[in-house]
Design a protein. Structure first.
Length: 324
């Protein structure tokens, strides 16, 4: 297969390396130091203490890379509009596009009636994503994995569980079955979902609180959870999100305390949003909190705790130039 990677960060390098190792024709859209590193060293992946390098085609002009059979988009939400034209240039009539992203993606509210337009205004305000990426080509994806970027074009896999794939409309399909089979064939544990929106919402339910709180406070997850007052805020936001989920076909069937306790077992880790703050990168605030607030507002669900956390994080991020 011709496999395109847009976003050669930790997740993009990990997935691209797996496909390259299996003999697929991998092309990477990249710029700057990452492009230089890919041309000199190929995609590098450190796994179980061993580093391997895989030759790939890399260019800053997506039209040079050409149409792909599969395009994996592994950028964070704030960068999605900027790379959307590159994704479009790599997309042919039969291309499958896999957005491997956190939070609420631009297609999430399609078909959710009143919530569709308010959500689009948050996650795709200029319309650039929808204009360049055909909705019909998208297969939804949730990634449960821990990876880190060692350097440009070089990722380290710390831990991986499963990749979940599903049709945005929420039904079984031959192409989703093919995607699962393809990812399994390169050594990536995968499964199909008949309700990918639910899988996205469930993962969001677990990280929409820890990420913003860590960004504001600079604290590791254990310190956040162990503070009783902060923990009560986490519970309140999760309760609001669970209520919204129940109204959009994404019910949460477990107490928030259970999810927080699972996170507690992971120890003193720094969330991805805190890592972005440390590096001076834009944060994924709208994908994690802005879009859920928009959906809740459209459905008439009050979210005072979510609003408070969103507002505090927005002021923090704008003060430091981390939001557009």
């Amino acid at each position: 297969m011709k496999v395109g990677i847009v976003g050669a960060g930790a997740i993009g390098c990990w997935l691209g390396a797996r496909f390259a190792a299996a003999g697929h024709d991998v092309s990477v859209f990249a710029r700057g130091a990452t492009l230089d590193a890919l041309r000199e060293h190929g995609l590098r992946l450190t796994d179980a203490g061993e580093t391997q390098s895989y030759p790939v085609t890399a260019d800053e002009d997506a039209s040079v890379l050409g149409k792909q059979d599969l395009v994996i988009v592994a950028v964070k939400a704030p960068a999605m509009a900027a790379v959307a034209p590159a994704v479009g240039a790599m997309t042919g009539p039969d291309t499958i596009i896999i957005p491997a992203m956190n939070g609420v993606p631009w297609w999430f509210a399609n078909g959710l009636r009143l919530a569709e337009e308010p959500t689009r205004k948050v996650v795709d305000p200029t319309g650039a994503i929808g204009a360049n990426i055909p909705a019909s080509a998208v297969v939804g994806c949730v990634v449960h994995a821990s990876t880190a970027l060692v350097g440009p074009g070089h990722a380290r896999r710390n831990m991986s569980d499963v990749l979940i794939f599903g049709e945005p409309a929420g039904k079984p399909s031959e192409r989703v079955a093919k995607v699962v089979e393809t990812f399994e064939s390169v050594g990536l544990k995968s499964r199909a979902s008949d309700n990918i929106r639910h899988d996205i919402w469930y993962k969001l339910w677990g990280n929409m609180t820890m990420n913003p709180v860590s960004a504001i406070t600079g604290a590791t997850a254990d310190r956040i959870i162990d503070d009783p007052d902060v923990r009560s805020l986490l519970m309140a936001v999760m309760a609001e999100a669970a209520t919204v989920g129940g109204l959009i076909g994404c019910p949460i069937d477990e107490p928030g305390e259970n999810r927080i306790d699972v996170t507690r077992k992971l120890g003193a880790f720094r969330t991805s949003m805190l890592q972005d703050v440390d590096a001076g990168r834009p944060i994924e605030l709208d994908a994690l909190l802005g879009a859920p607030r928009a959906i809740a507002g459209a459905l008439g669900v009050p979210t005072p705790s979510m609003n408070m956390l969103y507002g505090l994080t927005r002021v923090f991020a704008r003060t430091r130039g981390l939001l557009p």
